[in-house]
Structure formats: structure tokens, C-alpha cells
Design a protein around this ligand. Structure first.
Ligand code: ATP
Ligand code: MG
Length: 331
């Protein structure tokens, strides 16, 4: 390997079987220019993997394109640029994101949100390697590597008519699925230490905190773990982070466990469990309270996006709407 490039998968922290496999995929993907599709729940590391693929063979630029933000009358021009006078207000020619990525990598983030009008143009780009700026007569040739990512089930989106089947087939040839964090618990301590070290190498977690992190289900995946560590770092009273510093979602989780499920505590770790973990079962939070809390957390984490919040919670959208009403939550 060219040492100047460094190890491409360096930034992908993890030692689980799944992550080792993903590192191998990253190396393979980097050797060819075929499109790559990254699938996985929110916060599983799709962008981390996209950047690692690019860094393995860093030709040209890495241009992230937020497909959800490509809306309205200017979306085509954002993506493909326009010529001077293409429309009222087009006083000068503009280079689109695609052209910025010429010779490099275009990362279509949340490809499942790309409007159908743009999907057909992206397909042409992939097949013919050409595009046409808004108002231009001629097509321009372009050489880009496309990496696309989505948290959506694209097959389902195809069935619903929201995503073009031909584009899906074109993209899915090289698919990498990012596993949920809860399905690779081996990575939890490594990631936690990685995020801690980013702040201060002297910071440590108590054994009880480690066990709490391991037993939680992480609906927001690595992003949630990262936020959790950052919050604990901000609230710490010493370099040893205690269970009392854990965010509320983990508190609820710990409290909802039966006493025998509370992290098997060695004498050294027992005392730093928060009080409520030692409360008698009668004062455990009501299921409804926990549910309401989980819904609020999911909405907070998805910036109020109900569809994604429902997905995080593993319930249908209609169920979420019903519960929002029931608990009088206004996202
Ligand atoms: N394997 C990993 N190693 C190091 N950091 C990671 C890893 N996976 C995720 N992260 C970190 O977790 C956060 C979320 O990752 P990322 O943005 O890549 O997720 P995503 O799958 O794109 O999520 P979303 O669908 O919500 O956009 C980022 O801050 C990222 O740095
Ligand atoms: Mg992302």
C-alpha cells in the first residue's frame, strides 16, 4: 500500500466479524469504479464507509450530495449546473455538484429521497457517463465514481413507486449493508474508547458503565453511542465517568431491567449504579412512561422526522401518530 495514502479503513473503528468484512469490501470497492450502495439504519456509519472507500483511492474530490435537500425549482441546477440565461435569474453559468465531482467521487446521501425527475437523470449519468446542465443543448462527458447511501428499504420504495427500478438495479450491484450496533456488541467498547480518546486519553469508564453500554439496544446506533459519550464527557465530575452521568435513555433502560438483569455487578462496580437501579420493582417507571420517553428521544434524534422516528422505534407510522396523540407529544 502507498503509505502516503494511509490505511483507508483506519477511520472505521471496530473488530466485529461484520466490520472486518466491511473493511474487505471497502478495499475491493476502491479498486473499481462501479457504483456502491450502502444500506443501513440511521447512525450505522454509512458516511464513514463512503469516505473510507474514497480515501482508499483518493482520486479527485469527495462531494457529498444530500438528496433530501434537492427539492424545488433549483434542484436540477444544484446537481447539474446551468448555463447563463437558462432561466430568469441565471445571470451567470453555474457549475453543479456533479461537475465538482468530475474525476472523483459523488456521495449521494439518502438516495431514497431523490426526486423521481432526478433519478432518471442520475441513471443516464451512470449508464452513459454524461449529463446536461440546465439550459444547455449538448451533453457533457464526465468520469465519476458514485457511492449512494440510504436508511430506507429501497426494494420497498421500488414497489411503492417512489424509486425507479432500473436505477435500483444499477446501484445494487455492489451493496454493503451496515449492521445495527446492537448486532455487533464487540464494537461497543472499542467505539466508546475511540470517542473518549478524541476528548482526552485520560478519561475512563467504570465497569458498570461499560456493562450498561453493552446491554443497551442503541436504536440510534453509533451516532447515539457517540452522543452518549459526548454528553457524559461534558457532565463528568472526574476523569472516571460514572453510571450517574449516563443519558436518560440509558437510565430508563437500566431501570426497566429486572434486578437480576441489572448489569452483573462486581462489588467494585455496584456502588456506582444510579440509585434508581437499586429501587424496588414497585417504583420502576411505568411502561407508558418509558414508551413516551422513547418516542420523544426518537423524535429528537431524527430532528422531528416522524417516518424515521417510527423506523427507529420499530413501529409503523400510523402507530406512531396514534401514540403522539395519546401522549400529546408535538414533534
Ligand atoms: N465504525 C465507526 N468508526 C468510527 N466512527 C463511526 C463508525 N460508525 C459510525 N461512526 C460515527 O458515528 C456517527 C454516525 O455515522 P454516519 O454519519 O456515518 O452514519 P450514517 O449511517 O450515515 O447515519 P445517517 O443515516 O443518520 O446519516 C458519525 O459521527 C461517525 O463518525
Ligand atoms: Mg449519513
Amino acid at each position: 500500500m502507498d503509505p502516503a495514502r494511509g490505511d483507508a479503513s483506519q477511520a472505521i473503528v471496530g473488530q466485529s466479524r461484520q466490520i472486518c468484512e466491511i473493511r474487505r469490501f471497502v478495499q475491493k470497492a476502491a479498486q473499481s469504479r462501479i457504483p456502491v450502495l450502502l444500506l443501513g439504519e440511521s447512525g450505522t456509519g454509512k458516511e464513514v464507509v463512503a469516505r473510507a472507500i474514497y480515501r482508499s483511492n483518493p482520486l479527485g474530490r469527495f462531494v457529498p450530495i444530500d438528496c433530501g435537500a434537492l427539492v424545488g425549482t433549483l434542484m436540477e441546477s444544484e446537481l447539474f449546473g446551468h448555463v447563463k440565461g437558462a432561466f430568469t435569474g441565471a445571470v451567470a453559468a453555474k457549475t453543479g455538484l456533479i461537475e465538482l465531482a468530475d474525476g472523483g467521487t459523488a456521495f449521494f446521501d439518502e438516495i431514497g429521497d431523490l426526486k423521481l425527475e432526478l433519478q432518471v437523470k442520475l441513471l443516464r449519468l451512470l449508464q452513459e457517463r454524461e449529463f446536461r446542465p440546465v439550459g444547455a443543448l449538448a451533453y457533457k462527458k464526465i468520469e465519476i465514481r458514485v457511492i449512494a447511501a440510504t436508511h430506507r428499504d429501497l426494494e420497498r420504495e421500488v414497489a411503492l413507486g417512489n424509486f425507479r427500478q432500473d436505477l435500483y438495479y444499477r446501484l445494487k450491484v455492489f451493496t454493503i449493508r451496515l449492521p445495527r450496533l446492537a448486532d455487533r456488541p464487540d464494537d461497543i467498547p472499542l467505539l466508546a474508547d475511540h470517542f473518549l480518546r478524541a476528548h482526552d486519553p485520560a478519561l475512563r469508564l467504570t465497569p458498570a458503565v461499560r456493562e450498561a453500554l453493552l446491554s443497551y439496544h442503541w436504536p440510534g446506533n453509533v451516532r447515539e453511542l457517540q452522543n452518549c459519550i459526548e454528553r457524559m464527557v461534558a457532565l463528568r465530575s472526574s476523569t472516571l465517568l460514572q453510571a450517574a452521568d449516563l443519558p436518560s435513555a440509558l437510565h430508563y433502560h437500566l431501570a426497566a431491567q429486572t434486578p437480576t438483569e441489572v448489569p452483573a455487578s462486581s462489588p467494585a462496580s455496584d456502588h456506582d449504579l444510579p440509585d434508581f437501579c437499586r429501587r424496588p420493582p414497585s417504583s420502576f417507571p411505568l411502561l407508558k412512561e418509558t414508551e413516551k420517553h422513547a418516542i420523544m428521544e426518537a423524535l429528537e434524534r431524527t430532528g422531528g422526522d416522524r417516518a424515521r422516528a417510527a423506523q427507529l422505534l420499530g413501529i409503523g407510522r400510523t402507530t406512531l401518530y396514534r401514540k403522539l396523540k395519546e401522549y400529546r407529544i408535538q414533534p
